[in-house]
Design a protein around this ligand. Structure first.
Ligand SMILES: *[C@@H]1O[C@H](CO)[C@@H](O)[C@H](O)[C@H]1NC(C)=O
Ligand SMILES: *[C@@H]1O[C@H](CO)[C@@H](O)[C@H](O)[C@H]1NC(C)=O
Ligand SMILES: CC(=O)N[C@H]1CO[C@H](CO)[C@@H](O)[C@@H]1O
Length: 371
C-alpha cells in the first residue's frame, strides 16, 4: 500500500510540472547559465554600432507575438514550397534578423539545442530597451519555437485603424486598452516612412486639407522631410517621437498631448475618451509609463506561447529543424498521414503546420504599420 501510495505521489509530482509548464524567470539558469549574458553582450555590441536596433527588435517582437504567438515564426525564411511571414509587407521594415542569427550561433556553441529563438527575441528586445534608457524588467523564459510560418497568417492593423478597432486587436491577444497605450509607447524610439502618414499632411480623408488634429507647426516640417530625396529603399522616414529620437522615455506621450503624433492612430490615442486619460498619465509620470510598459511587455511575451514539449528548439532560427527519420519506437516528427475521406483538411497547428500551401501568384500584402 505504502509503495503504491508513494508511487502515485511520485507520478503526480512529475506530471504536474509538465501539465502546468509555463514561462518563468531564469528558465536557462541550469541548462545554459550564460544564455542571458551572451544575449545581452551581443545586443550591447550591436547597439553601440547602431542604436536604432531597439526600434527594430521591438518591432520584431511585436510582429512575432501578434501573429500565431511568440514562437519565432517571424524568423523563418521562405522555401520553394512556402512563403513565410517575412514575405508580408512587414518584411519591408522588420530587420535585425542577422543579429538574431549571431546570437543563436553563439548560444548553439555554448549549449546546443537549448535556447529557443522565441526567447532570444524576447531577451534581446528587453536588453535593447534597457540600453535605450527604458526599464530593465525580468523576462520570463521557456518558450519553444513554432512549427508554422505562413504569409497568410499575417493580418496586422495599419496606422489608420481606429482606437476601438485597435483595442479589439489587443483584446483578442489578451491585452487591455491601457496595455495598448503602454505598448504603443515603444514608438518613443520608432520611426515611420512617409507613405504611412503622408495623407495627414496634404489630403486627409479626401478633404484636400491636412489632418486638423495635427499640430500646424509640425506640418511644414514633415512635408519638407517627405519631399526630400532619400537613399532609403522605401523613401524618406521620420521619427515617431520628434523630441527625443533614440531615447526610451515618455516623450512619445507628451508629444501626443501637443498634437505632434505622427501616425494617425498615435494621435487618436490622445483624442479618444477611452485612451486619452492614460496618455496624459504617462506623459506626466515617467515612472508610471516605464512600469506599465515593462508589465505590458511581459504580458505580450506570454501570447500563445509554446511550452513543455510543444514545438521545438530550432538549431537555426531561419528554418525548422530537419524532420527526424521515423523508427518504430520513435515516430519522430513526421506529419501523420491525413485520412483520405477528409474533404477539406484544415491546416493544423504543430507538425501538420509544416505542410503549407504552395506560394500563390497573388499574395496578401497587408502592411502592418502600427508598430
Ligand atoms: C528551389 O528552387 C530553385 C530554383 O527553382 C532550385 O534551384 C532549388 O534547388 C530549389 N531548392 C529546393 C530545396 O528544392
Ligand atoms: C504645437 O507644438 C508646439 C511645439 O512645437 C507647442 O508649443 C504647441 O503648444 C503645440 N500646439 C498644440 C495645439 O498643442
Ligand atoms: C519580398 C522580400 O522583400 N523579401 C525579403 C525579406 O527579408 C529577407 C531578409 O531577411 C530578404 O532576404 C528577402 O529578400
Amino acid at each position: 500500500m505504502r509503495t503504491k501510495g508513494s508511487f502515485v505521489l511520485f507520478f503526480f509530482f512529475f506530471i504536474f510540472p509538465l501539465a502546468l509548464a509555463q514561462l518563468r524567470p531564469g528558465f536557462y539558469g541550469t541548462s545554459c547559465p550564460r544564455a542571458e549574458s551572451i544575449v545581452s553582450d551581443l545586443v550591447q555590441k550591436r547597439f553601440s554600432a547602431d542604436n536604432s536596433v531597439t526600434a527594430a527588435l521591438l518591432r520584431m517582437h511585436f510582429h512575432d507575438c501578434f501573429v500565431t504567438g511568440c514562437d519565432a515564426s517571424i524568423l523563418i525564411d521562405s522555401t520553394n514550397q512556402t512563403q513565410s511571414e517575412k514575405e508580408s509587407g512587414a518584411n519591408q521594415t522588420v530587420r535585425e534578423f542577422e543579429l538574431i542569427d549571431e546570437i543563436k550561433k553563439a548560444l548553439e556553441a555554448e549549449c546546443p539545442s537549448t535556447v529557443s529563438c522565441a526567447d532570444i527575441i524576447t531577451l534581446a528586445t528587453r536588453d535593447a530597451v534597457t540600453l535605450a534608457g527604458g526599464p530593465r524588467y525580468t523576462v520570463l523564459t521557456g518558450r519553444r519555437d513554432g512549427l508554422r510560418s505562413n504569409v497568410d497568417d499575417v493580418d496586422l492593423p495599419g496606422p489608420q485603424i481606429s482606437v476601438p478597432d485597435a483595442q479589439q486587436v489587443f483584446q483578442a491577444k489578451g491585452l487591455t486598452s491601457d496595455e495598448m497605450v503602454s505598448l504603443l509607447g515603444a514608438h518613443t524610439v520608432g520611426f515611420a516612412h512617409c507613405s504611412f502618414f503622408k495623407d495627414r499632411l496634404t489630403n486627409f480623408q479626401g478633404t484636400g486639407l491636412p489632418d486638423p488634429t495635427m499640430n500646424v507647426t509640425l506640418i511644414p516640417k514633415l512635408r519638407r522631410i517627405c519631399d526630400a530625396a532619400s537613399t532609403d529603399n522605401f523613401g524618406p522616414k521620420t521619427f515617431l517621437d520628434q523630441s527625443t529620437n533614440f531615447v526610451f522615455d515618455n516623450k512619445f506621450h507628451s508629444e501626443i498631448l501637443s498634437r505632434r503624433g505622427i501616425l494617425q492612430i498615435d494621435q487618436e490615442l490622445g483624442l479618444d475618451r477611452s485612451t486619452a486619460p492614460m496618455v496624459s498619465k504617462f506623459a506626466f509620470n515617467s515612472d508610471e509609463f516605464l512600469r506599465s510598459f515593462a508589465s505590458a511587455m511581459v504580458n505580450m511575451g506570454n501570447i500563445q506561447v509554446l511550452v513543455g514539449n510543444a514545438g521545438e528548439i530550432r538549431q537555426n532560427c531561419r528554418a525548422f529543424n530537419p524532420l527526424k527519420a521515423p523508427t518504430p519506437s520513435n515516430p519522430g516528427n513526421t506529419p501523420k498521414p491525413i485520412p483520405k475521406p477528409k474533404p477539406k483538411p484544415r491546416p493544423r497547428p504543430g507538425k501538420g503546420g509544416r505542410k503549407q500551401k504552395p506560394p500563390g501568384k497573388e499574395r496578401k500584402n497587408k502592411i502592418p504599420r502600427i508598430f
